[in-house]
Design a protein around this ligand. Structure first.
Ligand code: HEM
Length: 329
């Protein structure tokens, strides 16, 4: 090989290598670019920039397709709130189950006397059951909306649950104001019996005599546990009520942020409300003998009245000018 041919070969090889280097460089940068740029991420990044557009809707924020805060709200709702709404009711149920297993239901200490005492009028019982039924409907529909995707779809499948959730949303939205009417009327009618007194503390400490020894703590027509539930109803009712109404009527000009905050408060307060209601439902059924019968029939046995609401029973007998049956035995 002459020197000329050798030089030409080296030049050709160098050019080829340069060419290969260039090609691999281009391929490399293309590959790196493809890895870094997720087309979906780019798309959502642009959407979340909140660039205003044009719509014919007159409501606030109507020009922005997706508000950044909405994504943050979605993360809170699908993260913290969904976890919270499974754990808190579960823990409350477990505590109640333990209480039942360890302490057991509160039974009548003496045989029934057969003497009936009126405790609730028809109107009061109607109001109680009206509010209770709507509360249960609100609890079932609200929790279905919140947890339906993870709890119900795997059990019943998409077709059934999409129908159920569609109906739940409508029922929840319409029954909300009806629940508020019940809570408001209960508040007005029963507040006079629910003012906390000093001796109520003793009732709470000893769970109405179910814990510890000694004579049963005093109780008026409404005992301390029922008074606590009354105030929970009132305060949590205001919590779910105001936020629920804001969610029900987005036409009042509230911002999306106000709706998001309302939703977060609404869901947290509602889950706590439902969890605390388990305590009331337990005391009204398995927890204390005769309580369900009292709210169902309106009457209680004199022995029950003496054991569970001594001050109310004695006052009632005084008003009627009669001798208390239970203590006269
Ligand atoms: C026991 C009482 C209540 C419970 C347990 C409850 C529960 C819930 C829950 C968990 C949600 C969130 C659903 C989700 O994130 O998908 C929700 C949403 C909602 N609640 Fe309630 N709530 C109660 C009372 C009320 C009241 C009193 C009102 C109205 C006055 C109301 C109106 C609403 C509205 C409008 C929504 C939004 C529903 C939607 O997604 O369109 N709620 N509720």
């Amino acid at each position: 090989m002459t020197t000329q041919t050798r030089i030409r070969t080296v030049r050709l090889l160098s050019l080829g290598m340069l060419f290969l280097f260039l090609i691999s460089g281009i391929l490399y940068w293309q590959a790196v670019g493809a890895d870094l740029g997720n087309p979906r991420a780019d798309f959502w990044r642009v959407v979340r920039e909140g660039i205003p557009a044009y719509t014919t809707t007159p409501s606030q924020g109507h020009t922005v397709l997706i508000v950044n805060g909405g994504e943050n709200w979605r993360e809170i709702r699908n993260g913290f709130i969904m976890r919270f709404s499974q754990w808190v009711p579960g823990v409350v149920l477990a505590v109640i189950a333990l209480l039942y297993l360890i302490v057991g239901g509160d039974k009548l200490e003496k045989p029934r006397s057969g003497v009936k005492v009126e405790r609730w009028t028809f109107g009061e019982r109607f109001l109680h059951w009206y509010t209770a039924v709507i509360f249960i409907i609100m609890g079932i529909t609200g929790l279905s909306l919140l947890l339906g995707r993870i709890a119900l779809i795997p059990l019943f499948g998409h077709p059934i649950i999409s129908g159920w959730l569609g109906a739940s949303k409508v029922v929840h939205n319409y029954c909300g104001p009806l629940l508020l009417v019940g809570i408001f009327l209960e508040f007005v009618i029963w507040i006079r019996h629910n003012i906390p007194k000093k001796f109520d503390l003793e009732w709470l400490k000893r769970l109405g005599g179910q814990i510890g020894s000694g004579p049963r703590p005093h109780a008026e027509k409404i005992n301390a546990g029922e008074k606590a539930w009354f105030w929970v109803m009132f305060l949590f009712g205001i919590g779910v009520g105001t936020t629920g109404i804001l969610l029900d009527f987005p036409i009042w000009g509230q911002t999306r942020f106000a709706m998001q905050v309302s939703h977060v408060i609404h869901a947290i307060v509602a889950v706590l409300f439902v969890s605390l209601s388990f305590g009331h439902i337990y005391m009204g059924t398995l927890g204390v003998e005769g309580v369900f019968e009292s709210m169902w029939t309106g009457y209680v046995d004199a022995v029950w009245a003496q054991q569970n609401h001594d001050l109310w029973y004695e006052e009632k007998m005084r008003q009627k000018g009669e001798k208390p049956v239970a203590s006269s035995e």
